[in-house]
Design a protein around this ligand. Structure first.
Ligand code: FPP
Length: 254
């Protein structure tokens, strides 16, 4: 059994690209939606584990702007799974003090999904032990376009001064405003891409790629990813000796 290495802090923000549902199903000669359904069980287990070990923010890439181009049956199946997940998890989220937020263009979602999403966001507003960001109809580039449009508007209105724009101004206009950037970005399913996910926020994230398909990514695989993360040395452009002097010198990194 994989145990969490308790000598090292857990990452504050973990972001996950949940990939491989379709192939997991195809390998079992089942329709793709069967893989997505199995993926929901992994979502439950990873949310529960993240909360248990003290992750502050968990971001799950559940539906990208590009996913709208999938066959309509798969899109409506995914929307149905999302709706039933939110309906069934609302009480558990409140009990476990988990706040739900949505990253993405909610207005593109079907009305019934939008309604339960908004209800869950409202009902968990005061929860503070963990934030669960569901990236839905999300694209990193369009998030940046929306942020720049809003910044330009605020400059025009005199709310912002272009001379004082900074990295913080941009971070503050993203869906993740006020949250720490991801420390660890996991992608399951064997691909080695960011696929338009958290392009600004993941600048310094440690990347962890695994062949494991999302439906097989459970507590043990998650803890293993976190243990591997904890044994890497994040230098933020500095040299190892500087980090050791600052008390941040990690372990056996590069
Ligand atoms: C990628 O696998 C996965 C998705 C596009 C959707 C992820 C959705 C879920 C895990 C279930 C619903 C989510 C929640 C939060 C309840 P893929 O279909 O691209 O897999 P493939 O690369 O093997 O084809």
């Amino acid at each position: 059994m994989v145990e969490l290495d308790t000598n090292t802090p857990v990452p504050r923000h973990v972001a996950i690209i949940m990939d491989g549902n379709g192939r997991w199903a195809e390998e079992r000669h089942r329709p793709r939606l069967f893989g997505h359904k199995a993926g929901v069980d992994s979502v439950r287990e990873i949310v529960e584990t993240a909360r248990e070990i003290g992750v502050e923010v968990l971001t799950l890439y559940a539906f990208s702007t590009e996913n709208w181009n999938r066959p309509s049956g798969e899109v409506s199946g995914l929307m149905g799974l999302l709706k039933s997940y939110l309906q069934s998890e609302l009480r558990t989220m409140v009990r476990n003090d988990i706040r739900l937020l949505c990253l993405g263009q909610q207005d593109r979602l079907p009305a019934d999904v939008r309604a339960i999403l908004q209800q869950t966001i409202d009902d968990t507003r005061e929860c503070r032990s963990m934030t669960l960001n569901l990236a839905l109809s999300y694209g990193g580039r369009s998030e940046l376009v929306l942020a720049f449009q809003e910044i330009a508007k605020e400059c025009q209105e005199g709310v912002l001064d272009w001379r004082t724009l900074s990295e913080t101004t941009i971070s503050d206009h993203l869906f993740t405003a006020g949250q720490p950037d991801p420390d660890l970005l996991i992608r399951t399913g064997g691909e080695h891409r960011l696929s338009n996910f958290l392009l600004w926020q993941a600048s310094y994230a440690e990347l962890y790629f695994t062949e494991t398909r999302w439906p097989d990514f459970k507590k043990a695989q998650f803890l293993e990813a976190i243990n591997i993360f904890n044994h890497r040395q994040r230098r933020f452009g500095k040299v190892g000796a500087q980090l050791i002097r600052e008390g941040r010198g990690a372990t056996d990194g590069e």
